[in-house]
Design a protein around this ligand. Structure first.
Ligand code: MLC
Ligand code: AMP
Length: 501
């Protein structure tokens, strides 16, 4: 069989192609039969526009069924799908387009004017639009396209997608995921989480990250199942759909928000088989409250952009709060070689899920692998005698807010450039809704009096909203150790209670 992951999905379609794949609460469905037709037509449109295997198709659009069709059409033709967070600003996009040099960029109609300058500057051949109601120039091309039913034969290590992840240096890197990476992870998760006939996924995640795109959608495809497809997480709508679903995947914020709803409880969840959580640590308190209210222990798993899913609590065995379970079948996990027995250490992993490297960054890629080929996750973990993994911290300076990664360095660099700023330290403090909140601690250079608004307006057009500080604090001097390194732990201790309810 072809190594193209779309061929794998296609082999798993239900025998009755009239069965739904995407279901919208307003009654609009997309069946598997329609999915096949639409992806071949979208493939035809992309090919007509000159998209060759290996060409990048950058996509920053709202969450729609057409966006899923576009993702799958890219796989079909061997093009590289490059999804981008809808929150990214023009300035951030300029970097991504310059680095990825896509053949096509698809954006929301409202962003066309803003992006046309950037697209032209970065020699993007076609800037197309895709709107909420099947509008936009991509759909015009689609409507007149001749379907291409062939699925391009690719090698397993051909790149299927790349996703940008920021780094501790403040520079984003495109993590290249291959067809084999996606296939192996989809197959393993399908089996490990016991997907079965009749399962229905409740999909409320964004589709520009590994969680909502690959974990959620690819599992549904592997099972030939249906999913409720919501534009975003809305606790009320999610509660209406839980009784009609069997599986939900979410970031911890989804679960804390459900727990805030008085009506949420056992009765609503009778039909549910599993609630899965990941992308950020699930607090033990959330796990136990959820379990008390619904009788269901949330299944926590751990992953990252560079490796898809890495570990998971078991479906049948004990799901232990605060742990992320066992390495998935085929994944080897160990602590860095310098870790003393019994201590926590940096988690290193190897397996068919681990990415091919960072786009155009062979040296950066090499730095993140050990000599014997293990990927250095940057997460600090312990591993029990029976191989159960607990993430206890991060060796990388990273904040995870509502499941989105924010690298302090990226924000500090922008704040440092604001007039009147001497330096800044960005930290993550506890936040009852987002888990962690971005907080900027700023030192002025004495040339002018600084206010919170000076910092916020200086960041406004430069960084996505979710990266912008929820609070700005001015102090006279940053705490440093004897080596001159800023002691962020002291700042965190000081400001950790800012957002607690
Ligand atoms: C939105 N806002 C956030 C935010 N999301 N701020 C900080 N952190 C976040 N995560 C801000 C907006 O900019 C806006 O600010 C305000 O909050 C309201 O915006 P909203 O769009 O109405 O927010 P909401 O719908 O409530 O979104 C919150 C959320 C969403 C938690 C539902 O962020 C979400 O769906 N997160 C999931 C992220 C995810 O899928 N991660 C997976 C990564 S993959 P203002 O100032 O404009 O009012 C990965 C690998 C793995 O990590 O293991 O899975
Ligand atoms: P991303 O780069 O967005 O893919 O984020 C990956 C990071 O999210 C990991 O390196 C971890 O730090 C974190 N992460 C994902 N899942 C979990 C989890 N269940 N518990 C703790 N951290 C997690």
């Amino acid at each position: 069989m072809s190594k193209n992951v779309y061929a794998l999905f296609q082999s798993r379609f239900p025998a009755d192609l009239a069965q739904p794949f995407i279901m919208s609460p307003d009654g609009e469905n997309l069946s598997y039969g329609e999915l096949e037709i639409q992806t071949s037509k979208m493939a035809g449109a992309l090919i007509f526009l000159g998209t060759k295997p290996g060409a990048r198709v950058a996509v920053q659009v709202e969450k729609t069924a057409e966006a899923v069709v576009l993702y799958l059409a890219c796989l079909r033709i061997g093009a590289i799908y490059l999804p981008l967070n809808t929150a990214y600003t023009a300035e951030e996009l300029d970097y991504f387009l310059g680095d990825a040099t896509p053949h096509i960029m698809v954006c929301s109609p409202a962003n066309f004017d803003k992006l046309s300058v950037i697209a032209e500057k970065n020699s993007v051949t076609h800037l197309l639009t895709l709107g909420l109601d099947q509008s936009g120039s991509l759909m015009e091309a689609y409507k007149v396209a001749i379907p291409v039913t062939e699925i391009v034969d690719v090698t397993g290590d051909a790149i299927a997608a790349f996703l940008y992840t920021s780094g501790t240096t403040g520079r984003s890197k495109g993590a290249m995921l291959t067809h084999d990476n996606l296939s192996s992870n989809a197959q393993v998760l399908h089996e490990y989480w016991g997907w079965r006939e009749g399962d229905i996924l409740l999909h409320a995640l964004p589709i520009f990250h590994v969680h909502g795109l690959f974990v959620a959608i690819n599992c549904v495809l592997m099972n030939g199942s249906a999913m409720w497809f919501l534009p975003k997480f809305d606790a009320q709508i999610v509660m209406e759909l839980i009784p009609k679903s069997t599986v939900m995947m979410g970031v911890p914020t989804f679960y804390t928000r459900l727990l805030e709803q008085e009506e949420f409880g056992y009765d609503l969840c009778e039909n549910m088989r599993i609630f899965i959580s990941g992308s950020a640590p699930l607090l033990e308190d959330t796990f136990s409250q959820f379990s008390d209210r619904t009788g269901m222990p949330i299944l926590e798993r751990y992953g990252m952009t560079e490796a898809g899913m890495i570990t998971s609590n078991p479906l049948d065995g004990a799901r232990i709060a605060g742990t992320v379970g066992y390495p998935l079948p085929g994944v080897e996990a160990r602590l860095s070689q310098d870790t003393e027995k019994g201590d926590a250490g940096v988690l290193e992993i190897k397996g068919p899920n681990v990415f091919k490297g960072y786009w155009n960054m062979p040296e950066k890629t090499a730095e993140e692998f050990t000599d014997d080929g293990f990927f250095i996750t940057g997460d600090i973990a312990t591993i029990s005698d029976d191989n159960r993994i607990t993430i206890v911290g991060r060796a990388k300076d990273l904040i995870i807010s509502g499941g989105y990664n924010v690298y302090p360095k990226e924000i500090e660099l922008v704040i440092d450039d604001i007039e009147g700023v001497k330096e800044a330290a960005v930290i993550g403090t506890h936040h009852s809704d987002f888990g962690e909140a971005v907080v900027a601690v700023v030192i002025g250079d004495g040339t002018k009096e600084l206010h919170e608004d000076d910092i916020k307006s200086g960041l406004k057009d430069k960084l996505a909203r979710f990266k912008q500080p929820k609070a700005v604090i001015f102090i006279d001097e940053l705490p440093r150790n004897t080596m001159g390194k800023v002691q962020k732990n002291i700042l965190r201790q000081e400001y950790n209670h800012l957002f607690e309810k």
